[in-house]
Design a protein around this ligand. Structure first.
Ligand SMILES: [Zn+2]
Ligand SMILES: [Zn+2]
Length: 355
């Protein structure tokens, strides 16, 4: 029996630790995937903390959702190593990206194809052990997506940051074609959003971030204009450039980012919020009606959207974004660097040297 090496969460708020166990044998429809790489995601920081900041002293406790030790990691690309007797179509040696947002299959959300919104979910790396490991167990082959000819370090992050950005842009609807979209926050999701917006929409997007290096990277990647939301003149500059934004994605989700992204909306405009940074956001209630404003949250994306996104990426229409690869053993250092906010582009962990 092969061994399963993991960088595990053994206590909330504490550094990850290596744990070793026997590799699980897949049963029924289960598939065992050997992890080639797993993206490091900002939400992993919240999971490690055990809470989301809700503003003031308020916290959303998320420690009840999983047993410790627990393996984080939900941006997984790997190779099918073994499959249960009922895992039809799972072929040993096939390279696959893992759709991690797996639901119960029975609740109204799941029945509507929105397993990502399931109330009793089994999301990989969130509720069940994930990809900061040499292997991961997937309950059914339908969650495995062929990503050739993409590289695994591109395909893995597509399942979270890519999918989150894709679903957010989709939720903008036809507003996204009435003028340039505005992307607020240029971390991993925001940069993916930029790449997707370039592929999906006629006009190149506007971007906003408080970090000058990230703005420069976005301009180099094809953004039409970049704004610094910390600049008191930024709102006026966006209004001058657009007459009011009709379609914005807020990839930050903080008091300041939401004040900015709702503040630059034109009448009938919409902000789709994916960010989870936290804090409290308040708005003059009358402005919601006066501006005919929509503020909508999205959480990752559906399996159908994941398939659509992978197809788009496989067609070659999506620019890759800067990706740094680090060995699995450096999982905690990668999380630490992400926490300081100084990472441009994506980080993926590669289990290759640990297997
Ligand atoms: Zn993620
Ligand atoms: Zn469900």
């Amino acid at each position: 029996m092969a061994q399963l090496h993991r960088q595990s969460l053994i206590a909330y708020g504490q550094p990850l630790c290596e744990t070793v166990a026997d590799c699980p044998a897949p049963r029924g429809t289960e598939v065992l995937v050997r992890v080639e790489c797993c993206g490091v995601c900002h939400s992993d920081l919240h999971l490690q903390d055990g809470y989301f900041a809700l503003g003031g002293d308020k916290r959303l406790d998320i420690t009840k959702d999983r047993a410790l030790p627990f393996t984080l990691g939900h941006e997984i690309a790997g190779v099918i190593e073994a499959a249960g007797e009922a895992a039809e179509g799972a072929v040993r040696g096939h390279r696959v990206a893992v759709y991690p947002w797996i639901g119960c299959g029975k609740c109204p959300a799941c029945r509507a194809g929105e397993e990502n919104l399931c109330s009793a979910h089994r999301h990989i790396g969130i509720a069940v052990d994930g990809g900061y490991a040499t292997h991961v167990l997937v309950p059914h082959p339908r969650y495995l997506l062929d990503y050739s000819p993409l590289s695994p370090d591109f395909a893995g992050p597509l399942m979270c940051s890519g999918l989150t950005a894709f679903s957010a842009l989709r939720h903008l609807g036809e507003r996204a074609e009435r003028g340039p979209v505005l992307l607020v926050g240029l971390g991993g999701v925001g940069m993916m959003g930029l790449s997707l917006a370039r592929a999906l929409f006629h006009q190149p997007p506007l971007v906003a971030d408080i970090d000058a290096d990230k703005r420069a990277a976005a301009l180099a990647a094809g953004a039409a204009q970049a704004f610094d939301p910390a600049d008191p003149q930024a709102r006026r500059a966006v209004m001058a450039a657009t007459g009011g934004v009709l379609a914005a994605c807020d990839f930050v989700g903080s008091e300041k980012s939401l004040a900015f992204s709702t503040g630059v909306l034109g009448r009938g405009g919409k902000v789709v919020v994916t960010g989870l940074l936290g804090g409290n956001f308040s708005i003059a209630a009358a402005m919601i009606a006066i501006k005919a404003m929509t503020i909508e949250g999205t959480l990752t994306g559906t399996l159908a959207e994941a398939r659509e996104l992978i197809d788009l990426a496989r067609s070659g229409k999506l620019a890759t974004i800067p990706t740094h690869e680090r060995p699995l053993a450096q999982a905690q250092a990668a999380l630490d660097d992400l926490r300081t906010g100084r990472v441009v582009g994506r980080t993926v962990l590669s289990a290759a040297d640990d297997a």
